[in-house]
Design a binder for this molecule. Structure first.
Ligand code: PNS
Length: 176
């Protein structure tokens, strides 16, 4: 029987619980799900590509049919390269629809055989975005419950290097 591979492309800067929710839902209905992080030279991300890869790999470790990869160029070209059958995207609210529809139709124009599948994350994540997580964290607000604890920790370290320094000191004293 044909095995369906789907790619879930995005920036994931940083990955959130909304992304994780969608990955979990997708992993239940597709045979293979590839989380594909876009390497975008035009954007200056908060988290470098290796960091995002690491976080997503740790977040999805328990899903045996999920792997994480990076790509550049067109999503459709990457999808063809890995023999994916469809692109998975999340729709949180009606406001997402217009942009997602445009992208889906452009991708179809570029690669007619490639389908786009939309899934809805849990309602509790309907207002959640990486951009808002970055903004709230940068302004000192709590992002608990919005991102996995490991991402929260990395955000703290990124935005307040003293936190990382504190950890390094702590582990040094413990080693002594
Ligand atoms: O997480 P994001 O930023 O909403 O993801 C957007 C993404 C990466 C899916 C989109 O920008 C994309 O596919 N970029 C790759 C370049 C491309 O294929 N552009 C044409 C899209 S119609």
């Amino acid at each position: 029987m044909k095995k369906i591979t789907v790619i879930y492309p995005g920036s994931f800067d940083p990955p959130t619980n909304g992304h994780l929710d969608l990955i979990e839902r997708g992993s239940k209905i597709f045979d293979q799900l590839v989380v594909a992080i876009l390497r975008n030279p035009e954007k200056a991300p908060l988290f470098g590509l290796p960091e995002r890869l690491l976080m997503l790999e740790a977040m999805t470790e328990e899903f045996k049919n999920v792997r994480v990869d990076t790509f550049d160029g067109l999503t459709v070209d990457y999808a063809v390269k890995i023999n994916a059958h469809a692109v998975l995207r999340g729709i949180r609210a009606i406001s997402d629809y217009e942009y997602e529809l445009q992208m889906a139709l452009m991708n179809r124009k570029l690669q007619p055989a490639l389908e786009t599948v939309f899934m809805m994350p849990a309602e509790k994540y309907s207002y959640l975005s990486s951009r808002l997580v970055r903004e709230v964290a940068q302004l000192g607000g709590s992002v608990e419950d919005l991102v996995p604890p490991m991402v929260e920790q990395r955000l703290r370290e990124k935005l307040d290097p003293a936190v990382k320094l504190g950890h390094a000191r702590e582990s040094k004293t413990r080693k002594r």
